[in-house]
Design a protein around this ligand. Structure first.
Ligand SMILES: [Zn+2]
Length: 223
């Protein structure tokens, strides 16, 4: 193979090996060298793949600057198209979500998909439900459209309690003392039950963390 003269133009030698192809020995790859403390051109001494043929390059390389031989791994840039069951209210549809092979997805994570904020509700690897996985390992993802969500509200008035709700974006914040304009009148937030275990006054809680808002009706006087 033809070799570029030294010093190499690192800018133009960046080389991410295409997925599924074994790097030939003698080829050039630009990776980080711990001795040089920077990315430098390396010659491939021994190329190999790990157990996962799609995971990218893994092998022994030699720095062209300082001649140190070390092991390196370059993740694949390959994308995978994962079956996605996306529910939106009462309906659900089959979609495909394209992610980088090594990208990790967690249960409860929010992603942007076709202009919608979606929330991952299940990750299946083969038939098992798991909490976190590399995109390349996922067989099916379940998610729901999460542009808005329903915040439950309990309104207590004397000994009576009634239920209400508000549909809001997940980022919308609520705090104790807020006035909410509901269909059946105005209420004031008296406490917030949330995933984040803080209910201090003056501390706003985004709707995505709220389990329930407790409120009291506001009596509107006419003068
Ligand atoms: Zn080096």
């Amino acid at each position: 193979m033809r070799e570029a003269p030294f010093p190499w133009d690192v800018e133009h030698l960046i080389y991410i090996p295409p997925c599924g192809r074994n790097m030939a020995e003698g080829e050039v790859i630009v990776v980080f060298c711990e001795v040089c403390g920077t990315e430098t051109p390396h010659k491939v001494i021994h190329a190999g793949f790990g157990p996962d043929p799609n995971a990218g390059f893994s092998g022994k390389v030699q720095c062209r600057k300082c001649t140190t031989i070390h092991h390196t791994e370059v993740p694949s840039e390959k994308n995978v198209s994962i079956p996605l069951v996306l529910s939106d209210g009462d309906t659900s549809s089959s979609q495909r979500l394209v992610l980088g092979y090594l990208e990790e997805i967690s249960l409860g994570e929010e992603l942007i998909f076709e202009g919608h904020n979606i929330l991952i509700t299940a990750i299946l690897k083969d038939d098992r439900k798991i909490n976190r996985a590399k995109a390349g390992d996922i067989s099916i993802l379940h998610a729901k459209v999460f542009d808005t969500l329903v915040v439950k509200i309990s309104i207590s008035s004397g000994s009576r309690t009634r239920a209400d709700s508000l549909r809001v974006p997940p980022d919308e914040e609520f705090e104790v003392g807020d006035l909410l304009d509901l269909n059946r009148g105005k209420v004031v937030v008296s406490s917030i039950l949330s995933d984040i275990k803080v209910r201090r006054e003056g501390l706003p809680v985004p709707a995505r963390y709220i389990k329930r808002i407790y409120a009291k009706p506001v009596r509107e006087r006419s003068y």
